[in-house]
Design a protein around this ligand. Structure first.
Ligand SMILES: Cc1cc2nc3c(=O)[nH]c(=O)nc-3n(C[C@H](O)[C@H](O)[C@H](O)COP(=O)(O)O)c2cc1C
Length: 146
């Protein structure tokens, strides 16, 4: 089956409080599990950086919904690629926050200094997500679906 990997960055709106964030995660994990979507959502108090991977049509449809979601704005596509390999296949949606990462971990993931995810290229964004998920592997174990 043709798979797509999509990575975008966005800025949270004031509409998105902690309760909304909790809801996003709960709904995402439920929907994604049912639809064959896997991925990671990285959150800093201002931004989201998310990777979605799954069947092309399902990813496209989900992204169209995400674009319309009022809890974030400036949704900016960083990567859209077909692939035969999932990078985050164990998680319906792994969740990571910036404050879980030390400056050293950020530097090892290719981001030193002030973090501006809007300035990332597609490869940088992908490598960054792979690196931080790798660094937090033990903590993310409990979020695995399979
Ligand atoms: C940053 C962000 C990430 C999201 N990620 C997902 C996701 O991975 N899966 C999902 O189903 N919805 C996600 N959503 C929510 C969708 O925009 C939409 O509200 C949801 O898919 C609607 O689900 P429902 O039809 O079950 O109500 C996300 C929203 C935001 C703001």
């Amino acid at each position: 089956m043709a798979l797509a990997r999509l990575i975008y960055v966005s800025r949270m709106t004031e509409e998105c409080d902690m309760e909304s964030l909790h809801k996003i995660l709960t709904v995402s994990r439920r929907n994604n599990l049912a639809r064959g979507i896997t991925g990671v959502l990285f959150y800093d108090p201002k931004f989201f950086l998310q990777c979605l991977e799954g069947p092309v049509e399902v990813v496209n449809e989900l992204y169209a919904n995400i674009l319309l979601d009022g809890r974030h704005t400036r949704v900016t596509l960083l990567e859209y690629h077909d692939t035969d390999r999932r990078l985050f296949g164990s998680w319906a949606m792994a969740f990571l926050r910036l404050n879980e990462l030390t400056p050293d971990m950020m530097a090892q993931a290719g981001c030193s200094g002030r973090f501006d995810p809007f300035s990332l290229g597609s490869e940088e964004a992908r490598n960054f997500l792979v690196a931080i998920v790798g660094q937090r592997q033990a903590q993310l174990e409990s979020q695995k679906e399979k």
